[in-house]
Design a binder for this molecule. Structure first.
Ligand SMILES: *[C@@H]1O[C@H](CO)[C@@H](O)[C@H](O)[C@H]1NC(C)=O
Ligand SMILES: *[C@@H]1O[C@H](CO)[C@@H](O)[C@H](O)[C@H]1NC(C)=O
Length: 167
């Protein structure tokens, strides 16, 4: 006869094993979900564009951001962190990445959205390189699962230009 304590312990070990197995299956089954997020962003307005007294260029934009990230959500998704970055090249840096807007999407119902927003973070260059500058807008996402590994990916929207002159 096994003691009561032994049985409780065996039962506990069994449940922990099952739980671990379910977590493994959960994160594994996530690998079969091939998400297809979409996004479209328009620069609606250049609010102002100037060279600051310290010599660095800064621009203020109003963006029309629409995105559908619903396919990133599975039953194993806790939340999705998303940010929109301006990416461009300068003689000094192969990649300048400036976050313009970000957000946390708590649920699939909120993962399809349209917003108009002025850049939340400053679009400032480390220098005076922004006039006529070609840039990409890149939507990055980090998917935080309930269990398993976080994963990140992005969508590149190329072909944007800043004005040739300050305004
Ligand atoms: C914002 O973008 C959406 C989707 O691209 C478009 O349907 C809508 O007309 C745009 N709004 C404005 C004010 O430009
Ligand atoms: C912008 O996007 C294009 C096309 O995807 C890519 O070739 C280019 O390297 C990107 N530019 C930067 C600065 O990342």
């Amino acid at each position: 006869m096994h003691s009561f304590g032994y049985r409780i312990n065996a039962l506990l070990t069994f449940s922990v094993t099952i739980l671990a197995l379910m977590c493994a299956i959960a994160s594994f089954s996530d690998n079969f979900n091939s998400p297809s997020p979409s996004s479209e962003v328009q620069v609606m307005k250049i609010n102002w564009f100037q060279k600051k007294p310290d010599g660095d260029d800064e621009v203020s934009l109003t963006l029309n951001i629409s995105a559908n990230l619903q396919s990133l959500f599975t039953w194993n998704t806790k939340q999705v962190f998303v940010f929109l970055a301006a990416e461009y090249q300068t003689p000094k840096n192969v990649l300048n990445q400036i976050s313009l807007w970000d957000g946390i999407i708590p649920a699939k119902e909120h993962a399809s959205f349209k917003i108009q927003a002025t850049n939340k973070y400053r679009f400032t260059d480390q220098g005076s390189n922004l006039r006529g500058k070609e840039f990409n807008l890149t939507l990055h996402w980090h998917v935080m699962p309930k269990t398993g590994k976080m994963f990140a990916d992005k969508l590149v929207m190329p072909g944007y230009h800043l004005p040739k002159a300050y305004r």
